[in-house]
Ligand binder design. Structure first.
Ligand code: OGA
Ligand code: NI
Length: 354
């Protein structure tokens, strides 16, 4: 078959637009160097069971400490776990994915007025990671929206589809509440008081990254999102279909199964810093598939934009000196606007040399 990789280079072409063209191949800007492709030697570990924690046990005094132990093990091993009985109704989770689907299905002109490549913009629609700068492109469209406190931001969110604000708003508020409960559990698992940083967490920021990965004609050559860790304290993610993969400490990739009713929790760089390296942020990526469009919503939580965070003093002593420099969410945004995500990790710039 004739290769048709070259698409006239317009400055912004969404992955949805490309998918609708029904191309037999991805344009060359999406082709990853061989070593970064998702299946170089088919090294996958689907048989590993990834941790699932029943959150209802946190409210049961006789089961809480056992559940905190599960949280500690999962955080130490992978910086990742799934939660069930998390309290967010299935209808609210589904509503958010429906709103996302409708948004990305809108005609290009309807979305373009939200397009921006300025990472500091509180609501921005885009494609790849940063289409204006990426050397390799990723098969992904997204809308990122600041979400907490919701009344400060919701008037900037899309008005189309008409139910978008209501459905995303419900999910966003519920995810925010869940995050507070998860933070308490994670802090407790580190031996800190569960109300540690309570006020800062209460005033923290929340960004929803709503992602759309259309079916891709060459899923072995491209990725939806490159390997990265999220910057914040923790991320709650829901996915409509399998595609997320996480990396373990041996650098092996594990696909994350979609479990009915469960949500995914991932530790971010702020938690690595706060825990003084006892926990590590989880490196993850999004793969794409041939048949099906995949949607995901990542609720990214962190302390307030300008609030610097360093290791908890309780976790620093003579044997384990302070290993990280302080930084804020806003420092991270500055970093990604000047660096290529494929080449450098922000967390590495925060590590103090011994
Ligand atoms: C993210 C992210 C993964 C996914 O938005 O930060 O890692 O599966 N998303 O969409
Ligand atoms: Ni991520």
């Amino acid at each position: 078959m004739k290769e048709e990789r070259e698409i006239p280079d317009s400055s912004f072409t969404s992955a949805m637009t490309l998918a609708q063209m029904g191309l037999p191949n991805v344009p060359s800007r999406y082709v990853l160097p061989p070593s970064q492709r998702p299946r170089p030697g088919l090294i996958l570990h689907p048989s590993t069971t990834l941790p699932i924690i029943d959150l209802s046990c946190l409210n049961n005094p006789s089961l809480r400490s056992q559940t905190i132990d599960q949280v500690r093990i999962a955080c130490k091993d992978l910086g990742f776990f799934q939660v069930m009985n998390h309290g967010i109704p299935a209808s609210v989770v589904k509503g958010s994915l429906d709103a996302a689907k409708e948004f990305f299905n809108l005609p290009a002109e309807e979305k373009m007025h939200l397009m921006s490549d300025n990472v500091h913009e509180p609501v921005r629609y885009g494609t790849s990671m940063n289409h204006a700068k990426d050397k390799v492109h990723f098969w992904r469209d997204f809308i990122k929206q600041y979400s907490h406190p919701i009344l400060t931001w919701i008037h900037l969110w899309p008005t189309n589809p008409p139910t978008y604000r209501e459905k995303m708003g419900k999910y966003s508020k519920a995810a925010y509440m869940l995050q507070k409960q998860l933070m308490e559990a994670v802090l407790e698992s580190l031996g800190l008081n569960r109300n540690y940083l309570h006020k800062d967490i209460e005033e923290g920021s929340q960004v929803l990254a709503v992602n759309c990965y259309p079916a891709c004609p060459e899923p072995d050559l491209a990725l939806g999102m490159p390997p990265h860790s999220d910057y914040g304290s923790l991320t709650i993610l829901n996915q409509s279909w399998q595609g997320l993969e996480i990396m373990d400490h041996d650098k092996k990739w594990h696909p994350v199964p979609v479990i009915e009713g469960a949500l995914i929790v991932q530790l971010g760089d702020q938690m690595e810093v706060l825990s003084n390296g006892q926990y590590k942020s989880v490196v993850h990526r999004a793969t794409v598939n041939l048949e099906k469009k995949r949607l995901s919503i990542a609720s990214l939580h962190s302390l307030a934009l300008e609030k610097k965070i360093g290791p908890a003093l309780e976790l620093v002593d003579e044997q384990t000196p302070n290993c990280y420099k302080e930084a804020s969410f806003s420092d991270f945004l500055d970093f990604i606007s000047h660096n290529d995500i494929l080449e450098a990790r922000y967390i590495d710039t925060l590590k103090k040399s011994p």
